[in-house]
Design a protein around this ligand. Structure first.
Ligand SMILES: Nc1ncnc2c1ncn2[C@@H]1O[C@H](COP(=O)(O)OP(=O)(O)OP(=O)(O)O)[C@@H](O)[C@H]1O
Length: 240
């Protein structure tokens, strides 16, 4: 296995007096999907923001491609989907995709293929010419995910990408994430859907500002003596 694509060592983050991250150790390897789970407010989005250099760490180190973020050049190699959608409401889905595609430096000759593929993965092909202001919440999530996929980035960082997305499409999206992994690209994904945590290579359980457990789903289930990742989660939280 090559060098880790994401390498978080003893990462800490405080907001004022509040310590959100105490000691986070986490790696994402090439061709690996890592799932980050934890209760609401545990700090999952904060881990992502510090990793991307959107928030400054209070301690420890966060490296992506062996470099401390933010780094403009490296940002082009990362597809990031935030928890809140940052879309242009008055533009159509297609115009949004093309705009972000241009920002990512996709060549004009590749644009149509890239945009159509991303739209297809999230089942938005038929709605591409509608204005985003007329999209439902789930459609906006799907468009944000399509934007993150554009340009085949080596690393995808997805903050709850499947919120508001129905089960059939969720399955289709996970099939695409599996293909991306099989191409040797890497994914860090946060989720509240415990079924999804079963699909990743390794699950990191974030609790009390630390990664309490970090291993393959099957290993975690065995360690905790339970049948599902949901039960691992509940047991780790102290809920029987
Ligand atoms: N910019 C900020 N300023 C102050 N506090 C913040 C800031 N960002 C996050 N926090 C606090 O850090 C904690 C963790 O927030 P975060 O959004 O990382 O949690 P999360 O695990 O992603 O939650 P959820 O699953 O609900 O999205 C919360 O208590 C939140 O209020």
């Amino acid at each position: 296995m090559g060098k880790a694509i994401i390498d978080l060592q003893h990462l800490a983050k405080k907001f004022g007096d509040q310590t959100v991250l105490k000691d986070i150790n986490l790696t994402v390897n090439p061709g690996e999907i890592v799932g980050l789970i934890g209760p609401s407010g545990a700090g999952k989005s904060t881990v992502i923001k510090v990793t991307l250099g959107m928030e400054v760490a209070s301690g420890g180190s966060a490296k992506v491609f062996d470099t401390t973020m933010p780094n403009r050049e490296l940002l082009g190699r990362i597809g990031y989907m935030a928890q809140t959608d940052a879309l242009y409401d008055s533009l159509s889905g297609l115009e949004n995709l093309k705009f972000f595609g241009l920002m990512k430096g996709i060549a004009k000759s590749d644009m149509k293929k890239e945009v159509m593929h991303a739209a297809e993965v999230v089942d938005l092909t038929a709605d591409l010419n509608k204005r985003v202001s007329g999209y439902s919440g789930g459609m906006m999530r799907r468009l944000s995910l399509a934007i993150a996929l554009l340009g085949s980035p080596e690393l995808l960082i997805l903050d709850e990408p499947t919120v508001g997305i129905d089960p059939a499409l969720r399955r289709q999206i996970w099939a695409e994430l599996g293909r991306i992994r099989d191409e040797g690209r890497s994914i860090l994904i946060t989720t509240h859907v415990m079924d999804e945590a079963e699909l990743v290579g390794r699950v990191a359980l974030l609790l009390g500002g630390e990664v309490m457990a970090f291993d393959a789903p099957a290993v975690l289930k065995q360690q905790y003596g339970v049948a599902t990742i949901e039960d691992v989660f509940l047991k780790a939280e102290g809920v029987e």
